[in-house]
Every structure is written in C-alpha cells, then in structure tokens.
Write a protein that binds this ligand. Structure first.
Ligand SMILES: Nc1ncnc2c1ncn2[C@@H]1O[C@H](COP(=O)(O)OP(=O)(O)OP(=O)(O)O)[C@@H](O)[C@H]1O
Ligand SMILES: [Mg+2]
Length: 231
C-alpha cells in the first residue's frame, strides 16, 4: 500500500483581492510507502498543513494527482475519496476539531462509526492508549475542560484508534512535554511496526529511532529531500 503525490500544486486566491494568487503548495512530488516515516519540515506558512490536507483528500489540488495504490483519488468521485479517508487515513489536525457537545472518548470513537461491529474493541484500545498518555481520567470530560496538550493527545488517540494505514500528524508534538512526546512516539512506533506509514509536519527538527524521509519545504516547494538516520 502506497501513496504517490505527483506534481501537486494548490493555489489560493485571496477572498478580498481576486488578482492575488498564493501558491500554498507548488509542484510537490512524494512517495509514501508502507512502514515509512516522513517528516515535512518547514517554517510557518511553508505549506505543511496544506500538503497534509491534500494527501488526506480534505483539500483538492489545483494541479497534479494524489494516487493511492492505483486509485487516482483526485479524479475519483466524492464517495470514493471519503471511503478512502475513512478506512485508511488517520489525521491529527493542527488545531482542535473536536465536537464540543461530546466528551473525549465519544469524540475519539465518533469518526469510526463505519467500524460499528468493532466498537467495543475500539473503545478498549482507545482507553489503553489514553492510559499510556496519562489521559484515562479525562475520557469523560468535554473538550473545553482539557489543556492544549491534553487536547492534542486526545486527537492523536482519535487518529490511531482504527490502526490506519497512513497516519498524517500536523505538529503532533508542538504542545507536548518531553514525557508525553516519548509516549506518543512509542504509540507511533507500535503502529509503524505493524506497517502503517507515518507523515509528521513540524517546524522543528525531530529525532526518530529509525530511518526517515525528510522533506524540507519553503514557500510551498520541496527544497531538499534526504533519507536520514539508521536503518
Ligand atoms: N484556506 C486558505 N485560503 C487562503 N490561503 C490559505 C488557506 N490555507 C492556507 N493558506 C495559505 O497557504 C500558505 C501555507 O499555509 P499552511 O497552513 O499550509 O502553512 P504551514 O506550513 O502549515 O504553517 P504553520 O507552520 O504556521 O502551521 C499560507 O501562506 C496561508 O496563508
Ligand atoms: Mg500548519
């Protein structure tokens, strides 16, 4: 299972000025293979979130293609895209997307209604992960009762609970202390060892235990690509 990003561009037009066009992502190509670890590194505004949203199918590219196995998801109809996202992608958004009326565990389980028959198992797994992140006591709380870092941890659990093939995480460590970062790294490692590919966007260089594909972005473009670390 693999994702190919083929010369993808996303142009935004300013709502106030139609002649202003911003290339949030420009001509980016990437290969994301099973079990790989990809780091998208770049300063604020370099296009990391836009690129993750394009891969996740949340945003449509202006040009280029996203191919999942042999499915051109950018030219497929909407239901195919949502099926693909639902089954195979776990997304950790940069900002809180929790439903405010639901508590933490309900928020974690709610996007997985397509796995109805496994719900009890999913809940057990979610509670296990919350415990590892020292969050089990917060399972019944509402989003507004959480700190920024706790919210991030809960969103990470929501993305991981269905054991997705592709984990797209937007600044997952930005609000975490070093202990929480370690625990999240351990959860990611576990899923990677089971074959999931992990794509992390970050402003900061991060160190991983294994080889990573490092893409450095600036103004929407990939400026360097290298393989880093030990095999
Ligand atoms: N919906 C949108 N409409 C118009 N412009 C947008 C939109 N989303 C992003 N942009 C622009 O695209 C550029 C890249 O934004 P993006 O959020 O991808 O950057 P980023 O690398 O994730 O930044 P950060 O590190 O601050 O999260 C920015 O200049 C931003 O203004
Ligand atoms: Mg961002």
């Amino acid at each position: 299972m693999a994702i190919k990003v083929i010369r993808v561009t996303k142009v935004y037009e300013s709502s106030g000025n139609s002649t202003f066009k911003l290339h949030a992502v420009k001509n980016v190509s990437m290969d994301i293979n099973e079990g790989s670890y990809t780091l998208l590194l770049g300063p604020t505004g370099s296009g990391k979130t836009t690129l993750l949203s394009l891969i996740a199918g949340i945003v449509e590219p202006t040009k280029g293609e996203i191919v999942f196995n042999n499915i051109y998801i950018t030219s497929s109809n909407d239901s195919k895209i949502s099926q693909f996202r639902e089954r195979y992608i776990g997304y950790v958004p940069q900002t809180n997307l929790f439903i405010k009326e639901l508590n933490v565990i309900e928020n974690i389980l709610s996007p997985n209604s397509f796995l109805k028959r496994q719900m009890r198992h999913l809940k057990t797994y979610a509670m296990e992960m919350l415990e590892k992140l020292n969050m089990d006591r917060k399972a019944g709380m509402k989003p507004f009762e959480l700190s920024g870092g706790e919210m991030k941890k809960a969103m990470i659990v929501r993305a991981l609970v269905k054991k997705p093939l592709f984990i797209l995480a937007d600044e997952p460590f930005s609000e975490l202390d070093s202990g929480s970062t370690k625990s999240v790294m351990a959860l990611l490692k576990e899923q990677r060892e089971n074959g999931s590919a992990i794509i992390v966007a970050s402003h900061d260089q991060l160190s991983f235990e294994k080889e990573i594909d490092l893409y450095t972005l600036a103004e929407g473009q990939v400026v360097t690509y290298e393989k880093r670390g030990v095999k």
